[in-house]
Design a binder for this molecule. Sequence first.
Ligand code: FMN
Length: 192
Amino acid sequence: MINVAIIIGSTRPGRNGEAVARWVHDLAATRDDARFELVDLKDFGLPHLDEAMPPAMGRYDLPHTRKWADKISSFDAYVFVTPEYNRSTSGALKNAIDFLYAEWHNKAAGFVGYGSLGGARAVEHLRLIMGELKVAGVSSQVALSLATDFENFSALKPAAHQERAVSAMLDEVVAWGGALKALRDGTTPARP
Ligand SMILES: Cc1cc2nc3c(=O)[nH]c(=O)nc-3n(C[C@H](O)[C@H](O)[C@H](O)COP(=O)(O)O)c2cc1C
């Protein structure tokens, strides 16, 4: 059974992201085809990238980087719960992604966006970033509208169809996360 992280991509006080991620996690926890864990960027207290060596070198000097690397490397797949800030993902999530390199490779990802247009533009940016890190982003995604899936833009009240969207996205994350395990285990030859 694969391990899937549900990553809260917002660190702002009063963030909507935590409620969104908990809702996704509650739905995921009813499944028996993978293990799901909430990962909160706030728990890692990452500063702006402060490692001397590029992450691609795989040499991490600082304790906060090693703690983050240990956590991220323990998963087979990720669900990124991202706000949309100025048509992109949050700086905090981009920074946390940039800290690491090989830990992300050959894994799967699903996306849950929220914003005035369902966080669609933030997710598009994340998909580009994931491509560079050899993460396979699944097609199905969840797009929560601040206008119709929240009350007063702040209390999460997702429309009924959104549960089906979460389920479809998780189906693909679990399938691809499992399939890519063979590549990570070396049973499928990796090509440069
Ligand atoms: C700095 C900033 C920029 C934002 N830019 C956008 C935007 O470009 N598009 C959008 O749909 N919402 C935008 N919003 C609204 C956010 O999507 C909304 O506040 C959301 O709740 C943010 O997630 P969070 O509460 O988890 O931090 C922005 C909010 C902030 C704080």
